[in-house]
Design a protein. Structure first.
Length: 129
């Protein structure tokens, strides 16, 4: 469930970026290899207690590589790499537990990686999948 929520968060990041660039006309493909992490966020919201409450958080250390080709969207793509240990929910004990083998097991799996397999047109926007 958490993995699905994280994927959804990554998709929102890539969607927002793609939507911003989709409105401009580019003669050549656009490539962004280093996002300004001071003005970007990879955040998540996970329902708990049967949906009665939610845990919100973010990852503080990540990199995004975006290629966008207006003329040939099929050549577009996004790769996001998150340092799992950078999780921050605002509660230190919970973050420590999330880093443990019970959840992310950051010692064994230090990175969370999303790589789009295709970019699909959706009305006037693009969707990474």
């Amino acid at each position: 469930m958490l993995a699905g929520m994280l994927r959804s968060a990554l998709l929102r990041v890539s969607m927002a970026t793609l939507c911003m660039t989709a409105s401009a006309a580019f003669a050549a493909p656009l490539r962004i290899q280093k996002f300004d992490s001071n003005h970007s966020t990879i955040a998540f919201r996970v329902p708990i207690l049967g949906g009665m409450s939610e845990v919100e958080g973010k990852f503080l250390d990540f990199a995004v590589d975006l290629t966008y080709d207006e003329e040939s969207p099929a050549k577009s793509g996004v790769v996001a790499t998150i340092q799992a240990k950078s999780i921050d929910t605002g509660i230190g004990d919970r973050d420590k537990h999330l880093r443990s083998a019970d959840f992310f097991d950051v010692e064994k799996y230090p990175e969370i990686r999303f790589e789009s397999s295709q970019i699909d047109p959706v009305q006037t926007h693009r969707r990474a999948a």
